[in-house]
Design a protein around this ligand. Structure first.
Ligand code: SAM
Length: 218
């Protein structure tokens, strides 16, 4: 495939996988049409980069399905002045999407190798407002807090208390919450002294492993 083929594959992906399923935010649709997802998948899977499913990226982890990336990004309601924390860098693709919408993105990954590879891809894609950290993101990134938006791209048994603490006033957090087998997307808003939660669609993510997520033995 050449660049024209990839551009056409992205246009089709946006029409048939995103618009057709109700993604409507013009900024999110534009970014999903612009970001070269094929640069964020392993070389042997580039021909499947725009398929309607998650793909393996090594270390037993996945790059999420395009629809899930778009849905979580739409729910996050990112504005150009926002600082965003992503927990679960994986391939770096979700961070690249967020980088086009936010002022700054901090993304944290527990696997050193995945973090290093993602940082390289983000650099190659020209995302110079993204910083990749290695560590247990279930405890957030306290040295960089507060964040206007927090997105967790791994499944948690509940919303990690540290992430709630690191949310700025009027901040929003999106996180898949549930069992290790199946979750629902939870949107949490920080209001005037209170947190409000709403429950969204069902989903299946790899586990958030860490102090405030699942333990390896759960
Ligand atoms: N957002 C990613 C992308 O665009 O490719 C997909 C994320 S993948 C579904 C979930 C990622 O969360 C995996 O790379 C996994 O290693 C990471 N992860 C799991 N627990 C973590 C933790 N406590 N801290 C940081 N990353 C974690």
């Amino acid at each position: 495939m050449n660049e024209t083929d990839y551009t056409e594959a992205r246009r089709k992906m946006v029409d048939s996988q995103l618009r057709a399923r109700g993604i409507h935010d013009p900024g999110v649709l534009r970014v999903m049409e612009d970001v070269p997802r094929h640069l964020f998948v392993p070389p042997d899977l580039v021909n499947q980069a725009y398929d309607d499913r998650p793909l393996d990226i090594g270390a037993g982890q996945t790059i999420s399905q395009p629809y899930m990336v778009a849905l979580m990004t739409e729910l996050l309601a990112v504005e150009p002045h926002h600082r965003v924390l992503e927990v679960g860098t994986g391939s770096g693709y979700q961070a690249a999407v967020l980088a086009c919408l936010a002022r700054e993105v901090i993304t944290i990954e527990r696997f050193e190798r995945l973090a290093r590879e993602a940082a390289g891809r983000l650099r190659d894609a020209g995302c110079d407002n993204v910083r990749v950290l290695v560590g247990d993101g279930s405890a957030g990134a306290p040295d960089h807090a507060p964040f206007d938006r927090i997105i967790v791209t791994a499944a948690s048994p509940s919303i990690p208390p540290s992430l709630k603490k690191q949310l700025a006033p009027a901040g929003r957090l999106v996180c898949p919450v549930g069992s290790r087998q199946a979750q629902r997307l939870i949107v949490m808003d920080r209001g005037d002294g209170v947190f409000e939660e709403s429950e969204g669609v069902g989903c299946v993510f790899v586990p958030l492993l860490g102090k405030e997520g699942w333990s390896k033995d759960d």
